[in-house]
Design a protein around this ligand. Structure first.
Ligand code: AMP
Length: 584
């Protein structure tokens, strides 16, 4: 592996110099990365099929097709299921397969990982730490309470370990994490992590999870268990049901005496009727919250603002099972302004321009001429939307990530991207295609009716119900009151107004189809579900193999079982009573 420019991770200035250097030479470094990948992997079965053993970059750009997961699944399955050698795809040795969360994009994917890739990602993490040390200076004075959960490893028939990115990071670098994080029982692990966080509440400077949705899950768990935790702290004894040796050992080092005063102070905070600002109240020295809050996570901004008491939310990175991409160089900026600066020596990045990003399917997915439109990292244009393609050392070549990004600026010569949405359409009936971003905007507008009444939307999802004619869109909403009271009977007129407002905020195509004399799409429906429903949905997806750390609520529910889970918890159904106005 080519040596990445080294630095002592504790030396922030040295790290920043390297960042300045690599972001000033993005174009050149990218060409080097591509050359290195081709030199290393030209003899793989996959590349030989297009390059005939050559490692020429021009040939690569000319001959290698743009693919998505379905196109290369056959190669990955040969390695994962049949135990064929890595060299089908890469001349690095595949040591693990990373399972992508698969809930936002649909199906779960298995992505090759190698030891060398582990080193590249560790390097990326050092650069990230540098940025955080620099820009969160003075805010990091204390401990970080980062909630992470792992599941047991699975082995593929071909003998490879199947894990998520976060599990891989934790299991390969065990020495860097407290022991209870190695517990594979998520309830015991989360209980232990929270308990230790409570005992050390005055030492915690920041609280976080990987994705914002995870933090809301932690808060719900805390709501269900705080009395038991407080009682453990009072007596100095952990509950009997925590039997995992890693948890017992790690917690006993911290919970080693009776602490009745601490328990009293926790009781006072948690007994308050409203949990507004609970994070700040329980961990009073917390200066910021760490969680990815962009893209589909942006829907959680209001809920997070409520629970954190307005603490800044730092959305640190854009990455995936396939590769790590970018770092947020302004960690304290508003969640709505976050952009990620790509790190040019991690992988080779290319971009497919998307002219009308409202319709992500506008680039025909199988168009043989797709590659004529591709631009490289150094040549993207500010204000343009692109779909990201990645070529990695680990066997992905011109692979469609399925993410749409907007170029917002440059850091030196390296572009910065705002994450816009996944390419997959969330809802579709007839010829209408509603994207995740459209739906999110429409839901936010409709919620303005309920917000003055003290409600916020904890989570939502949707599906196209075509069981009757015409089909219609169904949204499932889990509402919460700021006061923490039970949800009262909902005002029919206001809820119907919400339905109409969602419709009114969707695009012209939708409104046109709703307006046709023989309606092609029926009135939009909101089904309000009882509290805790989206946690049950999360548990369902976790039981299907998704990791809690990387879980993203699917916005387009396809699974009948998942729809059943939501439907069985519906407490109110409301329909739009107005046909949306096509002129606005
Ligand atoms: P996974 O492979 O399960 O880690 O999922 C990776 C996907 O998560 C990416 O392709 C994105 O769609 C999404 N993702 C990762 N980082 C971010 C981010 N910072 N903002 C928005 N979405 C993200």
């Amino acid at each position: 592996m080519r040596m990445l420019p080294t630095f002592d991770p504790r030396d922030t200035e040295a790290g920043l110099r390297i960042l300045e250097d690599i972001t000033s030479n993005a174009g050149h470094i990218q060409e080097q990365v591509l050359e290195e990948i081709l030199t290393k992997n030209a003899s793989t079965d996959y590349l030989k099929g297009f390059l005939d053993g050559h490692s020429d970059k021009g040939l690569f750009k000319n001959k290698v097709p743009v693919v998505d997961y379905e196109d290369i699944k056959i190669y990955i399955d040969r390695i994962a299921l049949d135990g064929e050698p890595s060299r089908i795809l890469t001349n690095e040795s595949i040591t693990e397969l990373l399972k992508s969360s698969g809930t936002s994009g649909g199906k779960q994917k298995w992505i090759p990982k190698t030891a060398e890739e582990g080193e590249r990602r560790a390097y990326f993490s050092c650069l990230l730490a540098t940025v955080q040390n620099r820009y969160l200076q003075g805010l990091n004075d204390g401990k970080v309470l980062l909630f992470v959960l792992i599941n047991p490893d699975i082995h593929t028939p071909g003998g490879l370990v199947l894990r998520t990115t976060s599990e891989s990071e934790i299991k390969n670098r065990k020495d860097r994490y407290p022991q209870f994080i190695l517990c594979e029982d998520t309830d015991q692990s989360l209980y232990s992590q929270l308990l230790c966080g409570l005992v050390q509440r005055d030492a915690i400077a920041s609280v976080g999870t990987y994705f914002a949705s995870g933090l809301l899950r932690v808060i719900k768990f805390f709501e269900e268990h705080w009395q038991e935790m407080s009682s453990n702290i009072r007596t100095g004894q952990m509950s009997d049901w925590i039997t995992d040796p890693n948890c017992k050992r790690a917690v006993s080092l911290i919970l080693n005496k009776q602490m009745p005063e601490l328990a009293d102070s926790i009781d006072i905070v948690c007994h308050e009727k409203s949990w507004e600002g609970i994070i700040k109240k329980i961990w009073p020295r917390t200066k910021y919250v760490l969680a990815i809050i962009t893209g589909s996570m942006a829907q959680y901004i209001p809920a997070l603002e409520f629970y954190t008491g307005g603490l800044p939310v730092v959305s640190p990175v854009y990455g995936s099972s396939e590769a790590f991409f970018g770092i947020n160089m302004k960690p304290l900026c508003s969640p709505y302004d976050v952009s990620y600066t790509f790190i040019p020596n991690m992988a080779y990045y290319e971009f497919l321009p998307i002219d009308n990003h409202q319709d992500p399917n506008c680039t025909n997915r199988k168009d043989a001429h797709l590659k004529d439109h591709i631009v490289d990292l150094a040549n993207v244009k500010i204000g343009q939307h692109y779909e990201l393609l990645v070529t990695t050392f680990t066997g992905l070549y011109r692979y469609r990530m399925g993410d749409i990004l907007l170029v917002t600026g440059f850091h030196n010569s390296t572009p910065q991207f705002k994450f816009i949405q996944r390419t997959n359409v969330v809802l579709s009936i007839h010829t209408d295609k509603t994207t995740e971003q459209d739906l999110q905007k429409a839901v936010a507008i409709a919620m303005q009716i309920l917000e003055p009444l003290g409600f916020f939307l904890l989570d939502y999802s949707s599906y196209a119900d075509t069981s009757s004619i015409p089909g219609h869109y169904v949204l499932f909403w889990e509402l919460q009151l700021r006061s923490n009271d039970d949800i009262p009977e909902l005002d029919q007129v206001k809820m119907e107004k919400c339905c109409s407002l969602v419709e009114q905020s969707l695009d012209q195509k939708y409104k046109m189809l709703r307006n046709q004399s023989i309606s092609t799409i029926g009135p939009l429906e909101i089904r309000v579900v009882k509290q805790g429903t989206f946690n049950v949905l999360m548990d369902f997806y976790v039981s299907q193999g998704t990791s809690l750390n990387q879980y993203k609520t699917p916005k387009n529910i396809k699974s009948e079982k998942a729809i059943e889970i939501l439907d069985s918890r519906v407490v109110g159904k409301f329909y739009s009573r107005e046909v949306p106005n096509q002129d606005s």
